[in-house]
Design a protein around this ligand. Structure first.
Ligand code: SAM
Length: 284
């Protein structure tokens, strides 16, 4: 066991920490806490295994919304060079300060602020990994921001509501396939790790959650091409039931471009692969 893991294991139990402070979850902050160390350890262990890593040693980890610190403890036990947490709730910042006094500022940096306003790609340190049980109300905007800068990261290990994970990993020709599937699957290798029962959270949400691992694809897609893919997807899925002859009619020379790519104008948004959206965007 590393020194950091030993220090973390000397903390009072997470349930005692929450009870001693009377910490009640706030719905407005999307708070559903994971208090079972077995589950938070499983998230980190499974993610590391899929990345062929045995720990986060020598790496930088960023956690959005540490809350009372269950996942935080599991990340620190995996011995990263440094963990940076970003949290809006002052009550949870106090808990982070206690952990920081134990492990030292060199291992735990605390940012009391809004994760949507942080430029994670620009933070010091490499390789960078993001780990989070995401606040459900801002999970998609946060993901899109990270995807657009995905080459800055080694991995994203993120927990979503299951229905959002379904959209991220959806194949073509399914009702869940859309803009977020196209961007995720083009920019990353996406793997569903496992589902988590609502009863594992305090308070229990109505639906299951799913842990998803994102690792950057080898190809680099220029920011202007990503913007064009988003625009094409917005137009195509905005009129999901229409053929692209209609939904993409504002694209200049649509017929010639689709002809070049062997794309039939009678196809609908959900019948076009992420790769084909990329090819069309590259022709614009
Ligand atoms: N990581 C903890 C766990 O697994 O038990 C808490 C997860 S809870 C689903 C989401 C956390 O994100 C909460 O602690 C909440 O206060 C925090 N949060 C919500 N909105 C945020 C924002 N815009 N920026 C940073 N943290 C935020």
């Amino acid at each position: 066991m590393t020194e950091l893991a030993g220090l973390i294991n000397s903390l009072p139990s997470l349930r005692d920490t929450v009870e001693a402070r009377g910490l009640m979850a706030k719905k407005a902050l999307g708070q559903n806490f994971l208090l079972d160390r077995n589950i938070t350890d499983k998230i980190i262990r499974t993610s590391l295994e899929h990345q062929n890593k045995s720990s986060f040693a020598g790496e930088y980890v960023f956690e959005v919304g540490p809350g009372p610190g269950g996942l935080t403890r599991s990340v620190l036990a995996s011995a990263p060079e440094k963990l940076t947490v970003v949290e809006m709730d002052e009550r949870c910042i106090d808990i982070m300060r206690e952990i920081q006094s134990l492990v030292g500022e060199q291992h735990l940096q605390i940012i009391n602020g809004d994760a949507l306003k942080q430029d994670f790609a620009a933070f010091d340190g490499s390789p960078k990994n993001i780990v989070s049980n995401l606040p459900y109300n801002i999970s998609v905007p946060l993901l899109i921001g990270w995807l657009k800068n995905i080459k800055a990261f080694d991995s994203l290990t993120l927990m979503f509501q299951k229905e959002v994970a379904d959209r991220i990993t959806a194949p073509i020709n399914t009702k869940d396939y859309g803009r977020i599937s196209i961007l995720s699957q083009l920019l990353c290798k996406v793997e569903r790790l496992f589902d988590i029962n609502p009863n594992c959270f305090v308070p229990a949400p109505k639906i299951w959650s799913t842990v998803v691992l994102f690792r950057p694809s080898e190809r680099t897609i220029a920011p202007d091409v990503i913007a064009k893919i988003e625009k094409l997807a917005a137009m195509a899925f905005g009129q999901r039931r229409k053929m692209i002859r209609q939904s993409l009619k504002s694209v200049p020379d649509l017929e010639t471009k689709c002809g070049q790519l062997g794309l039939d104008l009678t196809l609908r948004a959900e019948q076009i692969t992420p790769q084909q959206y990329l090819q069309l965007a590259e022709l614009l």
